[in-house]
Design a protein around this ligand. Structure first.
Ligand SMILES: [Zn+2]
Ligand SMILES: [Zn+2]
Length: 93
């Protein structure tokens, strides 16, 4: 089963594993995030089968990214109904 990034609700086990493999680090071994929430992996391009474009962020940052993406896409759907721009320029702290 492929873990889903839908709405940021489910943990991204596949993406976590891919990030750990790529970085050579264990997410559970990282020092705690500055805001005290746990580390999560955000996948920026939205293609569930893709294991690139992985961004390490705290849970709080991750929620903020998804809230931003939802608002952004909602606003965008009014001006560009057939387009989609990912929020990949959102930088994690
Ligand atoms: Zn995400
Ligand atoms: Zn991707």
């Amino acid at each position: 089963m492929i873990a889903s990034d839908e709405n940021g609700k489910k943990p991204l086990l596949v993406h976590r594993a891919a990030w750990e493999l790529k970085s050579g680090k264990k997410i559970d071994d990282l020092p705690p995030a500055n805001d005290g929430t746990r580390w999560e992996i955000h996948h920026e391009c939205g293609n569930k089968l893709c294991l690139e474009h992985l961004l390490l962020c705290s849970r709080r940052e991750h929620n903020a990214i998804h809230t931003f993406e939802r608002r952004w896409n909602k606003a965008l759907s009014k001006i560009a109904p057939y387009g989609y721009i990912s929020a990949s320029f959102v930088e994690a702290a």
